[in-house]
Write a protein that binds this ligand. Structure first.
Ligand SMILES: C[C@H]1O[C@@H](n2cnc3c(N)ncnc32)[C@H](O)[C@@H]1O
Ligand SMILES: Cc1ncc(COP(=O)(O)O)c(N)n1
Ligand code: SF4
Ligand SMILES: [Zn+2]
Length: 479
């Protein structure tokens, strides 16, 4: 049987996938191999996902961003879902999860895998419930059957809610918002109704076998993540985390790659504690967090409340950030929400990489700042995270071509532009005498070399632009 990435890595083999991610991250392939071998990083790469451009998730690599898409019972359509996949890849999602629970799940999933250059994640439990009709009627056989079917379809990683145990349920009694994880609420209901232990926990070794065969990566679901600030870091959450640590080691023992999902809703002063605890309990397995939202008061703006927590989590060592869109808690996200969520999360991931002083991360900031100080508007737009937005906001007030040479914008106007005043003062010739030294020559600084079109580019390293991916998606769409 072919080896999983972690099995190959342990034997000392550098796989083509490891070579590729080393190139994308500008790292030594031997380092990638070592990180995968010890479970500190994962390369989600199902053997059947031919369109995949491999990527790596781990705290030693650039922080990654996941976008959730998928239909629901109330809103469902193949074309809409494909558009969301397209938008997600275009705006820089490093992985995409299809969390659909509506109709045509197989067709949508197969089409996504056929077209997607980024890893696709799913929660097979959702499909099991749509087939069984209700949580308590899901059987162990059905779960394994669906997990295997999705593995054969080419799903790269799956959320498995195996960490919530019967003995954890009483710990949620005093909570303000109970169990907010969809998968968690389903497993809890199943255990209450059937009076048995979590079936996913019981057949975890069988799931490992399927995963090892197709090289599916575990994303261990956090069924008891806090759904509000009041419930953050409670006994229930941390009891489940201990089980996730145990399952991490079972997965590793069976040759399967593992990452661990995290909260949720957590106030700022407890974000680092969450990351550090997961890293300790799960022996450094990559942490994949949903935000967290740092306050509960802003429905409609939860891409912001959560991007704040996500940036802090990234700084503290989280490996991948699962975006939250402005529609969180309110409705199913649409294409525009996917774009807004991704913008917020690419900012969070990049801010995290700057804060951890990842080599090269700040070059982008420096290049944009230099273009700004030089009043090179076109370059400033080109380097912007979202070039279309930067240009259109600027051109709202000063649309003409001549304003692309202007040494001011409409914020302060020509007379009060501080950067213009500052430069004119320096150019006045008195500065050198006052300071006794020459000012920095902008042209010669290394950041001026940065050449990275932001949107349509992965968040890390020297990558093929995602614009290429988006084009290949388009071509595939036209088939
Ligand atoms: C775990 C997280 O996944 C998100 N989520 C759940 N279902 C969908 C969907 N169909 N589309 C997009 N996001 C979804 C919610 O934001 C939830 O909080
Ligand atoms: C980061 C992340 N993404 C997706 C899920 C699955 O959702 P749910 O637990 O609500 O079923 C999760 N638990 N964590
Ligand atoms: S997002 Fe909406 S449907 Fe989902 S748990 Fe919250 S209220 Fe229920
Ligand atoms: Zn929430």
């Amino acid at each position: 049987m072919a080896q999983t990435q972690i099995q190959a890595a342990r034997e000392g083999t550098v796989t083509p996938e490891m070579e590729r991610v080393a190139e994308r991250e500008n790292r030594d392939p031997a380092f990638v191999r070592e990180q995968v071998a010890t479970g500190q990083a994962v390369i989600p790469t199902n053997r059947h996902h031919d369109a995949l451009d491999p990527m790596v998730i781990g705290r030693e690599f650039a922080t990654k961003v996941n976008a959730n898409i998928g239909n629901s019972e109330t809103t469902s359509d193949l074309e809409t879902e494909l558009e969301k996949l397209h938008t997600a890849v275009h705006y820089g999602a490093d992985t995409v999860m299809d969390l659909g629970t509506g109709s045509d799940l197989d067709e949508i999933r197969e089409t996504h895998i056929e077209h997607s250059p980024v890893p696709l994640g799913t929660v097979p439990l959702y499909e099991a419930v749509t087939q069984a009709g209700s949580p308590e009627d899901v059987t162990t056989d059905l779960l394994l059957e669906i997990i295997e079917k999705q593995a054969k379809q080419g799903v790269d990683y799956m959320t498995i809610h195996a960490g919530i145990l019967a003995e954890h349920l009483p710990l949620t009694d005093g909570r303000k918002t109970g169990i907010v994880s969809r998968g968690g609420s389903i497993m809890a209901k199943w255990m209450e109704e059937n009076g048995e232990q979590n079936p996913l926990y019981q057949v975890f070794p069988e799931i490992c076998e399927i995963f090892a065969e197709h090289d599916v990566t575990f994303s261990l679901g956090d069924s008891l993540r806090p759904g509000c600030l009041a419930d953050a870091c409670d006994e229930a959450q941390y009891a489940e985390l201990d089980t996730l640590g145990e399952l991490t080691r079972v997965g590793w023992d069976r040759g399967v790659q593992v990452m661990v999902e995290g909260p949720g809703h957590v106030p700022m002063h407890k974000v680092a504690e969450n990351v550090e605890r997961q890293q300790a309990v799960c022996d450094g397995a990559p942490f994949y967090v949903l935000g967290p939202l740092v306050t509960d008061i802003a429905p409609g703006y939860d891409h912001i409340t959560s991007a704040i927590g996500a940036a802090m989590a990234a700084e503290a060592g989280a490996a991948m950030l699962c975006y939250v869109t402005p529609k969180e808690h309110l409705g199913l996200p649409e294409e525009d929400d996917v774009r807004d969520g991704l913008a917020a999360y690419r900012i969070a991931a990049h801010a995290g990489d700057v804060a951890t002083e990842r080599p090269g991360a700040r070059d982008w900031d420096d290049a944009l700042s230099e273009a700004r100080y030089e009043f090179d508007w076109r370059e400033q737009f080109r380097l912007a995270l979202d070039p279309d937005r930067a240009r259109s906001y600027h051109d709202q007030t000063l649309p003409g071509d001549n304003y692309k040479e202007a040494r001011f914008c409409s914020m302060c106007g020509a007379e009060f532009c501080s950067m213009r005043i500052d430069q004119d003062a320096r150019d006045g010739g008195e500065m050198e005498r006052i300071e006794g030294e020459e000012r920095t020559d902008l042209e010669s600084s290394p950041a001026a070399e940065v050449n990275r079109p932001p949107v349509g580019t992965h968040a890390s390293g020297d990558l093929p632009p995602v614009a290429d991916h988006a084009e290949s998606l388009e071509e595939a769409d036209d088939d």
